[in-house]
Write a protein that binds this ligand. Structure first.
Ligand SMILES: [Fe+2]
Length: 415
């Protein structure tokens, strides 16, 4: 419940934040010479409306998950452009503040200061910022919609039996099929993933944005995924928004393994490997879902599991340290989309327990956070972080490596 409350708080605070950004941008962009007085109020209203695109899209897609692709992409392009423009405006104003401060210290700078102010506050400068924002959003959108390449990551695990050294996991997350990507895009993702010949393929949530009757056809290539032992799906918040129960029935009818606060055990090279998955905190929103589809519960997910390597799938990374304390040896997560834009990285990390993208240590356990194989349709843009199909290879860590159970942070090489 606490997690969902945080989620609601996030959207309430993000809406408020965007209103504040709109107020700042309007003041900075329009309420000065040489912007004509007659333009100022209409442009301010426009900026306030545009600032609420994400909230508006979220409300629309929660109530109507079947929104047309084109509408979602158009809304995404508008919100992406707005975010980049706000970044340019901030940069310009920081520069103006620095010039102003310098002119107070150096009296001879007065004329230079006035020249810089009139150039940066001119209409051509503002049109240039707008054009650059649209171009950056378009480039970021092209990157976001491309088929991701494969990223290979070695995951060091202390105590990993020698037999399991080299075990491979293809990790996919946040494909968001239905709002952004085409069937052809998914077919290529499946082809590239199968080419890796993994032992397991694990999909850590947000697989769909839409109901089975509308997007089942787009998603069906997912059934072509192949792995030596199994292909497993766990749930993310968008899977709940899209109607999890019919989706779980569909995936199971397609012969796929779906884990909701439960686990499955596999005999791999003579060793027991436990794949467990928790649900998403937003499950508490959906009162008609109960039992195994309820709130995330790692204890329930591992109940009755035998000794062996325990790998946990959890859409959100934030609880990784608690999950490690429950005896998990490795956690795979997504949800963050890697922050999507470089200027949002600190915020996204903060909202996700300090985890944004890549390999971390959470307590004594490695955690891999996928930046997403696909992405959310509201803001289909990536700047500074790409999407990926991840191939994780488990490696037995050297016994000489010291354990630092209390250490928490980015894990590059195994210390
Ligand atoms: Fe997602």
């Amino acid at each position: 419940m606490a997690d969902y409350a945080r989620n609601r708080m996030f959207f309430a605070s993000s809406t408020t934040l965007m209103l504040m950004v709109a107020a700042y941008m309007s003041f900075s962009l329009f309420w000065h010479e040489p912007v004509p007085m007659a333009w100022r109020l209409p442009l301010t209203v426009l900026v306030f409306l545009v600032s609420q695109t994400i909230t508006g899209m979220r409300v629309l897609i929660t109530w109507r998950p079947d929104l047309p692709f084109l509408l979602v992409r158009a809304g995404g392009f508008i919100s992406s452009s707005f975010m980049v423009l706000s970044w340019f405006v901030l940069l310009r104003d920081v520069l103006l503040a620095l010039v102003f401060a310098a002119s107070l210290i150096i009296p001879d700078m007065t004329q230079v200061k006035e020249g810089i102010f009139s150039a940066l506050l001119s209409l051509p400068a503002e049109w240039t910022m707008l054009a650059a924002s649209l171009a950056a959003a378009a480039a970021g959108m092209a990157r976001a919609l491309a088929v991701p390449s494969v990223k290979k990551v070695d995951v060091p695990l202390q105590g990993l039996p020698q037999d399991l050294d080299g075990l491979t996991i293809a990790h996919l997350s946040d494909l968001h099929i239905g709002s952004t990507f085409t069937r052809e895009w998914l077919e290529e993702v499946v082809r590239r993933t199968n080419a890796l010949e993994p032992d397991f393929t694990l999909i850590t949530g947000d697989l769909v944005d839409g109901k089975p009757e509308r997007i089942g056809n787009f998603l069906s290539p997912i059934t072509k995924l192949r792995a030596r032992y199994d292909v497993v799906i766990s749930a993310g918040n968008h899977d709940y928004y899209s109607g999890l129960r019919p989706w779980v029935e569909t995936w199971r009818r397609w012969g796929m393994t779906v884990l909701l606060n439960e686990h499955r055990e596999y005999l791999v090279r003579g060793r027991n490997v436990v794949i467990a998955a928790v649900t998403d905190p937003c499950a508490v929103l959906f009162r008609n879902l109960e039992g195994s589809m309820g709130a995330p519960d790692v204890r329930q997910a591992l109940e009755g599991a035998g000794e062996g390597l325990r790998i946990l799938m959890s859409h959100r990374p934030g609880n990784a340290e608690q999950n490690a304390a429950h005896g998990c040896h490795l956690q795979l997560s997504g949800h963050t989309h890697g922050g999507q834009f470089f200027f949002l990285f600190p915020l996204v990390s903060r909202l996700n327990g300090g985890f944004r993208s890549g390999l971390y240590r959470a307590g004594s356990m490695p955690l891999y956070v996928s930046p997403g194989t696909g992405m959310w349709g509201y803001v289909p843009m990536r700047l500074g972080v790409g999407a990926e199909i991840t191939l994780l290879t488990l490696r037995r860590a050297e016994p000489s490596v010291p354990q630092k159970p209390s250490y928490r942070g980015k894990l590059g090489a195994w210390q």
